[in-house]
Design a protein around this ligand. Structure first.
Ligand SMILES: CSCCC(=O)C(=O)COP(=O)(O)O
Ligand SMILES: [Mg+2]
Length: 237
């Protein structure tokens, strides 16, 4: 389906992925991930008594018995694994960067106006990302366009389950009471959209030219959130 064909109205909730949907893949992979990788040895060594660090290290030991935590984290980072303890520790590392001003998130240009417009029109907005809830709040709390946290009703991460499993979307629906057919999930990843569609959500793939996203064939496709507005009859600019 092309970005010019209108799908239908009736959406009251928009659930958004982050990387590749609202924030360029390049920001995550060239700025956030290297920052966390560089900070990881110091984080593990200097904050070993921090309960959040201790919990993540214990989880690593469960998942990879006998492997030194830093070695396991490096292996997961090499493979871009979406796995809880890595995402929790990355979030802690990024907190320092946002606090000092070393990190500031750049949204795709169409994102800030669309989120403000949708929220002002009464649409419910929520985030579902592999990044930890803390990391999601950091990223949306420290963008070059300001603080977007107040616009969101919910922040879902891997604690609800992986983004390629229909059960995760069912769990979000069960927790929130959202109507699946009125909930639109936006992501750049077809496997995530497939899982959301299996749970009954409406779906749209963001195919970002800047990221070189490859368009699938099973979901409506949009290049920007303005296209999403047109496709799903959401408030448009
Ligand atoms: C939440 S900020 C960092 C994003 C991240 O760590 C990641 O793995 C991206 O996952 P997404 O589900 O947003 O594609
Ligand atoms: Mg994504």
């Amino acid at each position: 389906m092309t970005a010019t064909a209108c799908v239908s109205a009736g959406i009251d909730t928009v659930l958004l992925d982050i990387e590749g949907t609202t924030i360029p893949v390049s920001f995550v992979h060239s700025v956030l991930f290297p920052y966390a990788r560089a900070a990881m040895p110091v984080l593990l060594a200097q904050r070993a008594d921090d309960p959040a660090v201790r919990a993540a290290v214990a989880e690593i030991a469960d998942l990879a018995p006998g492997v030194p935590p830093l070695a396991q984290l490096n292996a997961w980072m090499d493979a871009d694994e979406k796995i809880g303890p890595l995402k929790a520790l990355q979030g802690l590392a990024w907190a320092d960067g946002y606090r000092t001003g070393a990190l500031r998130a750049t949204l795709f240009a169409d994102v800030a106006p669309a989120l403000r417009r949708w929220h002002a029109a009464g649409l419910r907005l929520a985030v579902y990302s592999s990044g930890s809830e803390a990391a999601q709040r950091l990223i949306y709390g420290h963008t070059t366009e300001g603080d977007f946290i107040p616009l969101f009703d919910g922040f879902y991460d891997l604690r609800i389950g992986g983004k390629r499993a229909a059960e995760s979307y069912r769990a979000i629906l069960a927790e929130t009471g959202w109507t699946p057919g009125r909930t639109l999930f936006l992501s750049d990843i077809v496997a995530e959209l497939d899982a959301a569609a299996q749970a009954g959500l409406r779906t749209c793939q963001l195919v970002r030219a800047e990221d070189g996203t490859v368009a699938g064939t099973a979901h409506p496709v949009a290049a920007t959130l303005d296209d999403v507005s047109r496709l799903f009859a959401l408030p448009a600019a």
